[in-house]
Design a protein around this ligand. Structure first.
Ligand code: SF4
Length: 104
């Protein structure tokens, strides 16, 4: 699902933690190998400190969370957002080409 035309930091795909639902078992921290989370010792919940490390389209941590405390954007909504970002990236490239083609 990643697209080289859209920088990762513009893609709104990363986990959101419902701190009230979290049962503090650290399953997500131990499971995810992409260094998305840090453990917040004070609150005893995961913090999503590196959201752009999340693999676009992956929601495996939400599936392993026993208390359903992790959520992602609804897939259809996310796909529409991604289509819009890709479309905008092409429009931006077209505008740049037109500007380059104009004589100074
Ligand atoms: S897996 Fe779910 S319940 Fe366990 S620490 Fe992570 S968010 Fe909390």
């Amino acid at each position: 699902m990643p697209n080289p035309r859209v920088p990762r930091e513009k893609i709104p795909w990363f986990p959101t933690i419902n701190q009230d639902a979290c049962i503090h078992d650290m399953e997500c921290i131990n499971f995810c190998k992409n260094n998305v989370f840090d453990w917040n010792d004070a609150l005893r919940v995961p913090d999503v400190n590196r959201p752009n490390n999340c693999v676009v389209g992956c929601d495996a941590c939400a599936k392993i969370c026993p208390s359903e405390a992790i959520s992602f954007p609804p897939m259809e909504e996310f796909k529409a957002t991604l289509r819009r970002l890709i479309s905008e990236s092409y429009r931006g490239a077209d505008s740049a080409r037109v500007a380059e083609a104009k004589p100074a």
